[in-house]
Design a protein around this ligand. Sequence first.
Ligand code: ADP
Length: 699
Amino acid sequence: MARDAKYDILFEPIRIGPKTLRNRFYQVPHCSGFGSGKPWSQAGHRGMKAEGGWGAVCTEFAPVSPETDENPYPSARMWDDGDVRALGLMASAAHAHGALAGIELHHGGIHCSNESRQPVLTVSPVAGDGLPIVGQTMQAGDIRRVQEDWVAAARRAQAAEYDIVYVYGGHTYLPMQFLSPFYNKRTDEYGGSLENRARFWLETLELVRGAVGDTCAIAVRISVDEVTPATVPVEEALEFVRMADHLVDLWDVNVSSIVEWGKDAGGSRFYPEGYQLQWTGRVREATAKPIVGVSRMTSPDLMVEIVSSGKWDIIGAARPSIADPFLPRKIEEGRLDDIRECIGGNQCIAAVSRSHHLSCSQNATAGEEYRRGWHPEEVPPAENKDRDVLVVGAGPAGMECAIVLGRRGLRRVHLVDAEAELGGNLRWLTRLPGLGQWARVVNYRRIQLDKLANVEFVPGTRLDAAAVRDYGAAVVVVATGARWAADGLNGVTRGPIPGADAGLAHVLTPEQVVLEGKRPPGKRVVVYDGEGYVTGVGVAELLRGEGYDVEIVSPLVSIAQQSDLNLEGVLIREHLRNLGVQQRTLTTITEIRSGGALAEGFDGPLELEADGVVLVTQRLANEQLFVELDSDRGALEAAGIQGAYRIGDCTAPRTLADAVFDGHRLARELESDDPSRPRPVLREWAMHRAEDVVGAAVG
Ligand code: ADP
């Protein structure tokens, strides 16, 4: 199918300095967990997006010298020839598919951890606002040195054949720290007036442009917003754009500081697609140069609207490009219903915040391009297609498994669920406030399942072990999910909670609240959240919205503690406070009674008054069906079943991304000697010799 003519504008090439971007799709710099340390994964991941049609793909932040790092967060680097070789792989992968390669050259200033053991550099002698670090205040010599490092790194990037070189200041990194009076308290020629505060950035740009501007496009990433005092007022940001415009080929605009990163990489709970436009849409007032902006955009119609309006020339994306590396190609080929839209759950960020390999709730292949050799759009045909497969459970794991098996050409795949609808736990989880867009996981898969003639969804059918054996399938995959503990079982006291019994009127599970409409007998509710992720706060908000007096109680240090990794923790706590939900932390419930609960708080024992307690302590795998099947291998054999496996939450209740991954992996590896175990992955060993990487700077 050809693309709809209304999207033509998205496929017009555009000049950025000495380079031409083939279309208007640009993968902005984003963390991956790969950096320079996993160069093959880096190349595999970005190269896949180039193949999927992105006009440019960029690295994550790439410190210009060992003087600035954010370990343990993995980063790209441009310190020496080792990095030229490592990151050159990615540039080649981009070029092989006709995309430009960009590198986000970076200096963190006060925002770094410094594993190098060199003092952190700071614009002014004020401690870091996220880290308990007081830096070395930069003197003229330090300023020159950093600028020289930036130039040397740019030369190395040029040698590695990068097309776009950043002088990155957005997210309040060093150039922005000079620009922002929040950081900059200097009284010399680098502080005070806007002209003085802009000096560091302008000088650096001039030097980098002089060094590589004939062959590389120069990009600046700058925060333009009013969401934090850490940046500069929008008018000042626009004035800076005017001052620097002659030195810049591409303006990459976003919002907020790294400390309040959740307001930039905003989750779908609080931020709609395109929300940054209210600020970054104004940059056009200050420049005629190309502008790229972001806002977790997946709608081609919105993209067209923005480019046609002239506010931005180029559609930037990080998360949508992870969820669907082939988003541009799908628009080009008129396959909009095949787009795997980002759900805005920020799983990708949670993974890299833990220094884990990249992962995604929608795209099981994200980050697996190199180490597992997975392609997001292609699967190898199954070796033995002549088999029928039964998948029991149509949650995220089961749906993904059935789709991949179907694409691999298995003769017949039956996806059976006790319920009438696809989706498993997402049927009810997505009804919680703020989680509506997570339904995209189900919607995408519903469409794909409909397209597969060899896959059939069989609703309303609960299977027991005997029924599974009698079903007539050669392969059985159990994906029966998990449930919330109904007795308060938890990892703090490592047992159930006395008096916790969801059979009683005043004790409730999340499923009972959302699916069955069970409500406490009075107005006062305690939501006991031992998980600290989305369910507890979602139930609390739901009940508060219905007029209950809600207190969310957690043994953790903060409410929604896990969501800090997804950048939502602070925003959720603020939101609950605004809604009037009471929040109590460091409190372990030890007994539930009619009328309340006994607890151990930070200051000692206490009594919580409540008409009902919702237990969000932990989930339990629905493993009975698999265990029963597995415990009688003779009966399986007699029924002609060659293999029975389990995937997703019925193995161990984990994240949505893990459930989808599990289903995907099993379907890909069905021919393995033991498909229940993952095949070995390609590892990346750091095997440089010292002389490869020390003192080998280019230029
Ligand atoms: P996951 O996250 O691992 O995909 P979910 O909990 O989301 O798991 O989904 C599990 C699905 O399995 C639910 O839709 C549930 O109705 C279904 N299910 C559980 N047990 C059976 C069974 N014995 N027969 C059919 N369907 C089942």
